[in-house]
Design a protein around this ligand. Structure first.
Ligand SMILES: *[C@@H]1O[C@H](CO)[C@@H](O)[C@H](O)[C@H]1NC(C)=O
Ligand SMILES: *[C@@H]1O[C@H](CO)[C@@H](O)[C@H](O)[C@H]1NC(C)=O
Ligand SMILES: *[C@@H]1O[C@H](CO)[C@@H](O)[C@H](O)[C@H]1NC(C)=O
Ligand SMILES: *[C@@H]1O[C@H](CO)[C@@H](O)[C@H](O)[C@H]1NC(C)=O
Ligand SMILES: *[C@@H]1O[C@H](CO)[C@@H](O)[C@H](O)[C@H]1NC(C)=O
Ligand SMILES: *[C@@H]1O[C@H](CO)[C@@H](O)[C@H](O)[C@H]1NC(C)=O
Ligand SMILES: *[C@@H]1O[C@H](CO)[C@@H](O)[C@H](O)[C@H]1NC(C)=O
Length: 507
């Protein structure tokens, strides 16, 4: 028995049960989060190392979703294990509670990392946090969120060059030299240093979160990758460059065919997104190789996921997220670690609010009552359907808008946002909706209610219509519609255990 372990056990006999759990060989956890990476358009396509080091060694979840398709609200859900209506971060602005003072005093104090800290984890964070993190009006870079021992948080939204990090509360400025400043590589080097400096026989397990900018705008690849994939273009899916005539107001306003400028832009965007992901792939290889070398790999879970999906030309929307369709709410999710059988595809329904309770469960910590999500540890470690007995979850989005869009004269100054020069806007005040997404052995559906002047309803039978070309709200079986409405009513205001195991009656 090592000396440290002997001392720890001696202390435990004095302090009792809590302490026994601290030294009981908890696993390490590495959580890699990408920004805006879809799965619907083959967003993990270029990541051969991800497949080699994580996918083929563990589980790939084919039905992973987020409960809101926008950065700051989704990240707030990931950190707290709660739906948007409970953490109350509605958009990417401070006045929408993105990293606001109210967030810092409330939900941030309850982020899962504080629970891991309490049982003795050493914690490390590097990369993008919340879009408004570091703003002077909300504590600047001096604000270090509770629970993180080694904090390297990016000021503001994802970029690759010319940014500041808060390194444990002190500003570290970066310019635009590839060798020293490319953000994905900086995260890689800081993570490598953290792992290298850890004492070999350290008793405390670690939790590491690596939150890379790729493949988010401005889509800047590393120089050695900037000329790859030149013959590729964005996938021409069934909804590509099509009108959504039976959809809500914002989608009905798009134009098809799209302008050549938009097509050229979105194809180049597709290529650059893939190029930026190659640096993430390199990071994955470096981290896994180092964990292996230090004999830590067999006691470490590695989770790879994205904060939401993305679209490139679907329903003639050039490039963005924020929509209720599969391309924006489905995400990649892969996990390897002790007890996870290699090379499995798991079909269980897993959503972003489940990740925090799962991290805690893997660490041997009971997830707190307030978490709306559920641990999928059983699904991960078992060979059959896990304990999450849920078929229905909620998707929430509050449309973002700025007051005037002079470049889009046909909209008469209506409040919208993210408008392209050829007058396609990606969001608007009344692109505000609640949906129930249902996935069971017999039903694969989504039902959405828009908060607009038409109280517009969209529904899709995704088993029959995976590209969501036909809105079936008016033709759907009445009993199915009623059960979806009932779930929506339950989920829209649920909290904690009331959000768990929501399922349709015939499940
Ligand atoms: C996704 O990308 C990979 C790598 O280029 C390719 O092999 C695969 O066929 C693509 N899948 C689809 C569905 O396009
Ligand atoms: C911000 O969050 C707090 C609770 O954390 C909530 O009381 C408040 O209403 C939210 N504000 C906005 C503008 O959403
Ligand atoms: C970084 O900032 C400098 C100084 O403002 C500017 O000249 C340079 O173009 C920027 N680089 C990038 C990649 O944006
Ligand atoms: C767009 O490009 C296609 C071929 O690439 C060309 O035939 C067409 O005329 C162009 N349309 C416009 C409006 O420029
Ligand atoms: C991991 O591997 C090391 C070295 O081979 C071994 O000593 C240790 O018992 C293993 N741990 C687990 C959890 O399998
Ligand atoms: C974000 O949400 C707040 C509170 O609801 C709202 O006042 C603000 O206008 C929103 N910001 C945008 C850009 O939509
Ligand atoms: C959506 O909002 C815009 C701007 O306020 C308005 O012009 C339009 O009528 C609204 N449409 C619906 C269906 O609510």
């Amino acid at each position: 028995m090592g000396r440290k372990l002997a001392i720890a056990l001696a202390l435990c006999s004095i302090l009792g049960a809590i302490c026994v759990r601290i030294v009981a060989g908890r696993p390490n956890i590495v959580f890699i989060l990408t920004d805006d990476q879809d799965i619907f358009l083959n967003g993990t396509g270029p990541m051969a190392k991800l497949r080699k080091y994580i996918g083929s060694q563990g589980a790939t979840f084919s039905n992973a979703f987020v409960t809101t398709p926008l950065c700051c609200p989704s990240r707030s859900s990931i950190l707290t294990g709660t739906y948007v209506h409970n953490h109350q971060t509605f958009n990417d602005s401070i006045d929408g509670n993105c990293s606001s003072n109210a967030w810092q005093k409330g939900p941030e104090q309850r982020a899962f990392i504080t629970n891991l800290k309490k049982v003795g984890y050493t914690t490390f964070y590097a990369g993008k946090y919340l879009n408004q993190y570091g703003d002077d009006s909300v504590g600047g870079l001096g604000h270090v969120p509770p629970g993180w021992d080694d904090w390297n948080g990016l000021k503001g939204n994802s970029v690759y060059y010319n940014y500041s990090l808060s390194v444990n509360g002190k500003e570290e400025k970066h310019g635009d030299s590839y060798a020293t400043d490319y953000l994905t590589d900086v995260i890689n080097r800081k993570a490598t240093r953290f792992l290298t400096q850890r004492k070999h026989d350290s008793d405390s397990p670690f939790f590491m979160m690596l939150s890379v900018p790729a493949p988010h705008h401005p889509y800047t690849p590393a120089p050695q990758y900037s000329q790859l994939f030149t013959s590729m273009s964005a996938p021409r899916t069934a909804s590509f460059n099509k009108l959504g005539a039976d959809k809500h107001w914002l989608i009905r306003q798009t134009k098809s065919p799209m302008s050549n400028e938009s097509l050229i832009y979105l194809d180049e965007t597709f290529r650059n997104r893939w190029r930026t992901l190659l640096s993430v792939d390199d990071m994955i290889e470096d981290i896994v190789t180092l964990l292996d070398k230090r004999q830590l790999l067999n006691n470490t879970y590695i989770i790879f996921a994205s904060d939401h999906g993305f679209h490139l030309g679907q329903f003639s929307l050039p490039t963005n997220k924020r929509q209720l369709y599969e391309f924006d709410i489905r995400v990649p999710l892969m996990v390897r670690g002790p007890g996870v059988a290699p090379a499995q595809v798991k079909t269980e329904l897993v959503v972003n609010i489940d990740w925090a309770p799962t991290f805690l469960d893997l660490a041997g910590v009971t997830p707190p009552q307030y978490m709306d999500g559920q641990s999928f540890k059983e699904a991960l470690l078992g060979s059959s359907r896990g304990v999450v007995d849920r078929t229905d979850f909620l998707v929430e989005h509050t449309g973002e808008y700025t007051l005037s869009q002079p470049q889009c004269p046909q909209y008469n100054g209506q409040p919208m946002s993210f408008c392209f020069p050829d007058c396609v806007c990606e969001d608007s005040q009344n692109n505000t909706y609640l949906c129930v997404r249902r996935l069971s052995d017999t039903q694969n559906l989504i039902y959405c209610g828009l908060e607009d002047s038409e109280l517009f309803i969209e529904a899709y039978d995704i088993a029959k219509d995976p590209h969501q070309l036909t809105n079936v709200a008016s033709t759907m079986d009445v009993s199915v519609l009623e059960s979806l409405e009932q779930s929506l009513a339950t989920l829209a205001s649920c909290s904690g255990t009331a959000c768990h195991d929501v399922k349709h009656p015939n499940w």
